[in-house]
Design a protein. Structure first.
Length: 402
């Protein structure tokens, strides 16, 4: 009986151990499955967020995007290296946005929230290599619409105005903004906006910053009526000027011009200049009349001396050598064309002479220049004198034939 009882007890313990081991395996498998479910769910949520991101096109606006609290809008755009601008214009809602290098926004470049309801949010950023940029737009409260654009061409948002070139009859309605820019030189600059429409109230904003974070001047002197808004700037250097024309109230047309202000001339100085011109004119007329009278009286007693052809020929031949001598004293390098023109030599004669001079006076030839030897300049000038004497004889013979 005892052996059978031992076997039964052993079998019972073995069953209990196997059941316990089975429960452990089931628990581990359930944990693995649960963790896999969580991982799959997270991956699906990431994929959903990426697929919900809209692609933006550079320099092309995406308009009337809906937004409300708790439902941000995601965008992405692939860009090369360079300077870029993001401009978001909301309608009746306060918005903010973030820029990141990844769709989970773990590496945020910028976070922008500068203005309240209706204020445009904008920024610039510089890339040193190609990236895909992710943008998330959200609103703290309310709901509404917005336009978004990423651009690298300033003319997308601003119209270029040439200096002193008036733009006429520009239409505008209340609450709208027209933007302009120009490059102005150092000096005094005037920005003027004028309208004849009664009830159209315009405000003029001027800044050196493309985003108007630092407004240089604001002009709203003709509140509630037609008239002229004007701002004057004094620039210490050439720079870009950005202008906003805001229709505070009403609608209609306006003219705008950006121009240089000429410095006023002192009236006393102007009078002095006029007097000097009159005196000079009187003296000149007197000199002409006196000279004519002198010529009339003494024309029979004196002969007009006509320059001798020999002297003229001598001057014509000697003058180039003197000029060339002065050139050699200040520079040891002279271009071929300049040398030939000064010596008044034809091209074939000059080429033949050039290599003879280089060999005889230790000159060097590099590209289109001749490098003279300072020690042989005097010898070279003497040689030119001899050659020009020979040419002088040839010229005399020609003149005799003539």
């Amino acid at each position: 009986m005892k052996p059978k009882l031992f076997e039964f007890r052993f079998l019972f313990i073995l069953i209990i151990l196997s059941n316990a081991f089975g429960f452990i395996l089931i628990a581990q498998n359930s944990n693995i499955e649960e963790s896999n479910k969580i991982h799959i769910f997270q991956k699906r949520s990431i994929d959903l967020k990426s697929s919900a991101s809209k692609n933006l096109t550079l320099n092309k606006e995406l308009s009337m995007q809906t937004i409300d609290v708790g439902n941000p809008k995601d965008f992405n755009i692939s860009l090369n290296n360079g300077l870029y601008y993001i401009w978001i214009e909301p309608y009746g809602v306060d918005i903010k946005f973030e820029i990141a290098f990844d769709d989970q926004f773990s590496n945020i470049i910028k976070s922008i929230d500068e203005y309240e309801t209706g204020g445009e949010e904008r920024c610039s950023f510089n890339l040193n290599q190609s990236y895909t940029i992710f943008i998330e737009v959200s609103c703290p409260s309310g709901s509404g619409f917005f336009d978004i654009i990423v651009f690298n061409n300033i003319n997308i948002r601003y119209k270029f105005l040439e200096l002193d070139d008036e733009k006429e009859s520009v239409g505008i309605v209340n609450y709208f903004i027209d933007r302009y820019y120009t490059t102005a030189p150092e000096g005094n600059i005037s920005i003027s906006v004028e309208t004849d429409n009664i009830g159209l109230d315009l405000v003029l904003y001027v800044s050196y910053d493309v985003f108007f974070k630092d407004i240089e001047e604001t002009e709203d002197s003709t509140t509630g009526t037609s008239g002229k808004e004007e701002v004057e700037l004094e620039l210490e250097k050439e720079r870009n000027i950005y202008v906003e024309v805001y229709a505070k109230e009403g609608y209609g047309e306006y003219n705008i011009i950006i121009s240089e202000i000429e410095e006023p001339v002192d009236s006393n100085l102007e009078e002095i200049v006029i007097i000097i011109i009159i005196i000079i004119s009187i003296v000149a007329v007197g000199s002409i009349v006196g000279g004519f009278a002198y010529f009339k009286v003494y024309k029979g007693k004196r002969k007009v001396k006509i320059p001798d052809q020999k002297v003229q020929l001598e001057k014509k031949i000697r003058e180039p050598i003197e000029v060339f001598d002065r050139m050699l004293r200040v520079s040891n390098r002279i271009k071929f064309d300049m040398m030939r023109n000064v010596l008044n030599m034809d091209e074939d004669t000059f080429k033949r002479s050039l290599f003879e001079w280089a060999d005889k006076f230790s000159f060097k030839i590099e590209s289109d220049e001749i490098i003279v030897n300072a020690n042989t300049i005097d010898e070279f000038i003497n040689e030119l004198d001899k050659q020009f004497e020979t040419w002088k004889k040839v010229e005399k013979e020609k003149n005799k034939k003539i």
